[in-house]
Design a protein around this ligand. Structure first.
Ligand code: ISJ
Ligand code: GLN
Length: 773
C-alpha cells in the first residue's frame, strides 16, 4: 500500500514537530507542514483536495475563537475539509468543536505538563487502547470544550478519569501512574470527540508527548480510519452558528488617594512608592544625589548608614510655605522679649524677611501653625516627620533655656528649614514616600508636585521592582490561564557601574561556582567580557551526526548541611511543579530536534534527573536525535535557537508575551556560548549564571520558568537564587568578606518557602534591577 499523504497544519506550537515525528514513524509518511495562515481557506481546500489523504491540526496557543490564533483552521473544520479526514489535537480539537457550534470555556483548571487517566467508550479512533488508569496522557491546556454545549453532530468519545498529577519519578516515559484516579481536579473533562457524519476527530490531550501512553496507537488508529476510507457522505452538517468566547480583561490598579485637610488648615498630600529604594544603585544616596544633588538649601536626615535608624528624610527648596531660617542670639545678655535675637527668613522665591524675636518663641508660634488637621488618612504613615521644621539648634541656644551666654558662635545659633515638600524613606521595607504640606488654596500645586516627584523617583528606579516582578509573574499566570502559553521563562537583569575587573570576577566565579558549561570571553577593551558559569548545555552536534540537548528545569538551593541538602534534593525531585516544568521543555526540545532529525530518532535517554552543582540542585533531561543528512549546522540552529528552556512553550507565542512583559532585550544572557568547529561539530551552552561586562557596566540576568502551579513570591525568590552566585562573586571582587551577604535569603526550597523576609530582600549595594520600561 502506498504511504498516506499527510498535511500537518501548524498553529505556531512548539509540539508540532513531535506530531510530525510520531506521524512519520507510525505511518511511514513524511507530512508536509504549513502554518495555519499560510493559505486562505479556499486555497487550502484546493490544496487538500489535490494532494492529501488526511490532515492533522496541531495544538497551539490562544483560542479558536480568535481568528489570528487559528487562521483557516476553523473554516477547515466547518466546511468538512473537502471530505478528507482531519485529526485536531488540543487547540485543533477545540477548533473542530467551535466550528460546529460548541462553546470553548476555561477548563476547571489549567493543566500543563501533567498527566491524567482517560476513559473511553471504544470508538475506532481509540481501538486497542485500554480505558482508565492504563491510558495515561499528558495535557497542556487551559481551555476546554464545554460538553453540555456539544451539538448533536459531535460525539463525545473520552473523558479524564480522576485528577491529574505529575509524571511519576523513577519511571520510564509512558509509565502508569501509581494511582491515576486520585489527586486534584476530579472533574470529567472532555478528552476526545468525533463528528458523527464527517471524518473529523479531535483529542484534547497530547498523543505526541514523551510521557503519553498509547500516543502511537492513537495515530495508528487515525491512519487506519483514513486508509480504510471510512468516509461519511459529504453533506454539509446542520449545526448552529459559531460561539465566540470573550476573555476577561484585567483591571488597572487604582491610584493611591491623597489626604485632604479641613478647610483653612494644612493638609498633607502624599504617595507611597513601595520598594522604590531597593531598585536604586546606591539606595537613598542615589535618591538624594539625583533629586537634590547636595545643592544649596537641601537637607537629608540620613539613617541609612547605620542599621539602627529606620527612616530618613530629605528635601530642598519647597513650595509656598517653605522658608530658610537663620537665627543669631543677641550680641550680649540673656535673650528675651526685651533682648531679642535676629531671625532671618528667606522664601522659595528668595524674598527676605527679618524678625526681632527669640528663636524658641518664634518656633513655638510656627509649630502651632504647622499642624496637619485631618490626620486620619496620614495616621497610617509609619514615620513622624510630615513636614515642618528641620535643621539644627546650636549649643549656644542654651541661652534661651536658662543657660548663661558666655561665648558667641561664628555660625548661626540655629538654622532650620520650614519644609513643605520632602521625601521620607523607610529603610526597613525600602519604601519611599513623597509628601507635600499645603494650605487648601495650594492643594492643586501640592498634588501635582507629589505626582511629578513620584514620577521622578520612579524614573530613577526605572525598572522592575520586586512588585513589578511579582506583577509580571501574575501576568504570566493570567496568560497561561487564558490558554496563551503552557510555560513562560520570565527573566530580569541586574546592572551596576562600575564593573568589576573581569579577570578577577571570572576567577572568583570559577572557584565558587564551578560549572560544566562555564566560559570566559573577552572582546576588545570596551567589551563585552563574559564571565559565564552555566550549568546547562543547549545543543551539541557530534561527528556522528548526533544532536544532544540537556535542558534544565527545576532549580532549588543547596541545603546548609548534609541532611537538609539531601532533603532539598529529594523535595525537588518529587516536586510536581518542577517535574511539569521539565516535561514541557523536554517535549519542546523533542519538537525542535524533530525538525532536523531523522524520523524516529528523537529520544529521551534521561528524563528529569537530579544534578547538583555547587550552588543549586537542578533537574536535567537529555534529548537526543540523529541529524538528517540534509540538515546543515545552521538549519539545526534555526530550528532550535534560542534554547526552549529560556523561552517556555509554545516558543513563539511565549517569546512574544515575554518580550512585552520584560520590555527590553536580554542581550548575551539567554543566548548561547560555544563553538562551531572546522570538523562540522558544534557545542553550545545556555547563557545563564553569567555576568556580562560592557562599556563599564556589569549586568547579570536571572529568571525562571513560570507555570500555572507557580506563586509569584516563590518565583521571585527563585530568580534571586539564580543571581546569587554571581552577586557573591562580584562582592568578592569588591573586597567584601563573605561576599554580598545581603542577598542571602532562606533557601528556595525549605522552611521559608513562600514567605518573604522584607528586611532581607535588598540587592547588594549598587545593583539595579533590570533596565527597561
Ligand atoms: C532563567 C534561568 O535559568 C533557566 C531556568 C531554570 C528553571 O526555571 O529552573 C533552570 C535553568 C535555566 O533554563 C537563569 O538562571 O537565569
Ligand atoms: N495545547 C494546546 O493546544 C492548548 C490549546 C489552548 N490554547 C488551551 O490552552 O486550551
Amino acid at each position: 500500500m502506498r504511504h498516506l499523504r499527510v498535511l500537518l497544519i501548524d498553529n505556531r506550537d512548539s509540539y508540532t514537530y513531535n506530531l510530525f515525528q510520531l506521524i512519520a514513524s507510525v505511518s511511514g509518511a513524511i507530512p508536509d507542514v504549513i502554518t495555519n495562515d499560510d493559505l486562505s481557506w479556499l486555497s487550502l481546500r484546493a490544496l487538500i483536495a489535490s494532494k492529501y489523504d488526511c490532515v492533522v491540526v496541531s495544538p497551539g496557543p490562544g483560542t479558536p475563537a480568535c481568528p489570528s490564533d487559528v487562521g483557516a483552521v476553523v473554516d477547515l473544520f466547518r466546511e468538512g475539509a473537502a471530505g478528507v479526514p482531519v485529526l485536531g489535537v488540543c487547540l485543533g480539537m477545540q477548533a473542530l468543536a467551535l466550528a460546529h457550534g460548541a462553546s470553548i470555556e476555561r477548563a476547571p483548571q489549567p493543566v500543563h505538563g501533567r498527566l491524567s487517566a482517560v476513559e473511553h467508550a471504544g470508538h475506532p479512533l481509540l481501538a486497542d487502547i485500554p480505558s482508565g488508569r492504563a491510558f495515561s496522557v499528558v495535557r497542556y491546556h487551559s481551555l476546554a470544550v464545554a460538553e453540555a454545549s456539544l451539538p448533536t453532530c459531535l460525539q463525545p468519545l473520552a473523558w479524564t478519569c480522576g485528577g491529574h498529577h505529575a509524571l511519576p519519578a523513577c519511571e520510564a516515559p509512558g509509565a502508569r501512574p501509581p494511582s491515576p484516579c486520585s489527586g486534584p481536579g476530579g472533574e470529567r473533562v472532555l478528552m476526545a470527540l468525533a463528528h458523527r457524519e464527517l471524518p473529523l476527530y479531535g483529542v484534547q490531550f497530547h498523543p505526541e508527548s514523551v510521557a503519553t501512553a498509547y500516543g502511537d496507537a492513537l495515530i495508528r488508529n487515525f491512519c487506519a480510519l483514513v486508509a480504510a476510507g471510512l468516509l461519511a457522505p459529504r453533506t454539509p452538517p446542520s449545526c448552529p452558528d459559531v460561539d465566540v468566547v470573550e476573555l476577561p480583561q484585567s483591571a488597572a490598579p487604582a491610584p493611591a488617594p491623597a489626604v485632604r485637610g479641613a478647610e483653612g488648615a494644612l493638609a498633607l498630600h502624599w504617595r507611597a512608592l513601595p520598594g522604590a529604594l531597593r531598585m536604586l544603585p546606591l539606595g537613598s544616596e542615589t535618591l538624594f544625589a539625583a533629586l537634590y544633588g547636595y545643592q544649596d538649601d537641601s537637607f537629608w536626615l540620613d539613617s541609612a548608614a547605620t542599621d539602627r535608624g529606620r527612616f530618613s528624610y530629605m528635601g530642598a527648596r519647597g513650595g509656598p510655605l517653605w522658608r530658610r531660617v537663620t537665627y543669631r542670639l543677641p550680641a550680649a545678655g540673656a535673650p528675651g522679649p526685651s533682648n531679642p535675637g535676629a531671625l532671618e527668613l528667606v522664601d522659595a522665591c528668595g524674598r527676605q524677611q527679618r524678625l526681632r524675636t527669640t528663636f524658641l518663641d518664634w518656633l513655638e508660634g510656627e509649630l502651632a501653625r504647622w499642624r496637619v488637621v485631618d490626620t486620619r488618612a496620614a495616621a497610617a504613615l509609619p514615620f513622624d516627620f510630615w513636614g515642618g521644621c528641620i535643621g539644627y539648634l546650636g549649643y549656644e541656644l542654651k541661652a534661651e533655656c536658662g543657660g548663661a551666654s558666655r561665648h558667641a558662635a561664628r555660625t548661626p545659633d540655629a538654622a532650620v528649614f520650614l519644609a513643605d515638600r520632602l521625601l521620607a524613606v523607610d529603610h526597613r521595607g525600602g519604601d519611599v514616600y513623597v509628601l507635600a504640606l499645603a494650605e487648601p488654596a495650594d492643594a492643586e500645586a501640592a498634588r501635582s508636585w507629589v505626582d511629578s516627584t513620584s514620577a521622578a523617583v520612579q524614573a530613577l528606579t526605572l525598572r522592575r521592582t520586586r512588585e513589578r516582578y511579582l506583577a509580571d509573574v501574575e501576568a504570566c499566570l493570567a496568560a497561561m490561564c487564558a490558554g496563551e502559553s503552557y510555560e513562560l521563562c520570565l527573566t530580569t537583569a541586574l546592572a551596576r557601574r562600575p564593573a568589576p575587573d573581569a579577570a578577577a570576577l571570572y576567577s572568583a566565579l570559577r572557584r565558587t561556582n564551578a560549572a560544566p558549561y562555564a566560559a570566559f570571553l573577552a572582546f576588545g577593551a570596551r567589551g563585552p567580557q563574559v564571565c559565564c558559569s552555566s550549568p546547562e548545555r543547549f545543543l551539541r552536534g557530534g561527528r556522528d551526526g548526533s544532536l544532544e540537548a540537556r535542558p534544565v528545569k527545576g532549580t532549588a538551593a543547596r541545603g546548609a548541611d548534609a541532611a537538609s541538602d539531601a532533603a532539598a534534593a529529594a523535595r525537588l525531585l518529587a516536586s510536581e511543579k518542577d517535574r511539569a516544568e521539565n516535561l514541557m521543555i523536554v517535549d519542546l526540545l523533542r519538537n525542535d530536534l524533530g525538525r532536523v532529525c531523522q524520523v524516529g530518532s528523537v529520544h529521551v535517554p534521561g528524563l528529569i534527573q537530579l544534578e547538583s552543582i555547587p550552588t543549586v540542585h537542578q533537574l536535567v533531561s537529555t534529548v537526543r536525535g540523529a541529524r538528517r543528512p540534509d540538515a546543515s549546522v545552521v538549519q539545526c540552529l534555526r530550528a532550535t535557537f534560542p534554547g526552549g528552556s529560556m523561552t517556555g512553550a509554545p516558543k513563539l507565542r511565549s517569546m512574544d508575551i515575554l518580550d512585552r512583559l520584560e520590555g527590553g532585550p536580554r542581550g548575551v544572557y539567554s543566548g548561547s556560548i560555544g563553538f562551531f568547529s572546522a570538523n562540522g561539530t558544534f557545542d553550545l551552552n545556555i547563557v545563564i549564571r553569567t555576568a556580562v561586562i560592557y562599556d563599564g557596566e556589569v549586568s547579570i540576568g536571572a529568571g525562571g520558568a513560570v507555570v500555572v502551579q507557580s506563586t509569584a513570591l516563590d518565583e521571585y525568590e527563585e530568580m534571586r537564587l539564580k543571581a546569587r552566585a554571581l552577586l557573591h562573586a562580584v562582592g568578592e571582587v569588591d573586597g567584601l568578606p563573605g561576599a554580598a551577604p545581603v542577598v542571602e535569603t532562606e533557601p528556595y526550597v525549605g522552611a521559608g518557602k513562600g514567605e518573604m523576609q522584607s528586611e532581607r530582600t535588598e540587592w547588594p549595594r549598587g545593583f539595579q534591577v533590570s533596565t527597561h520600561d
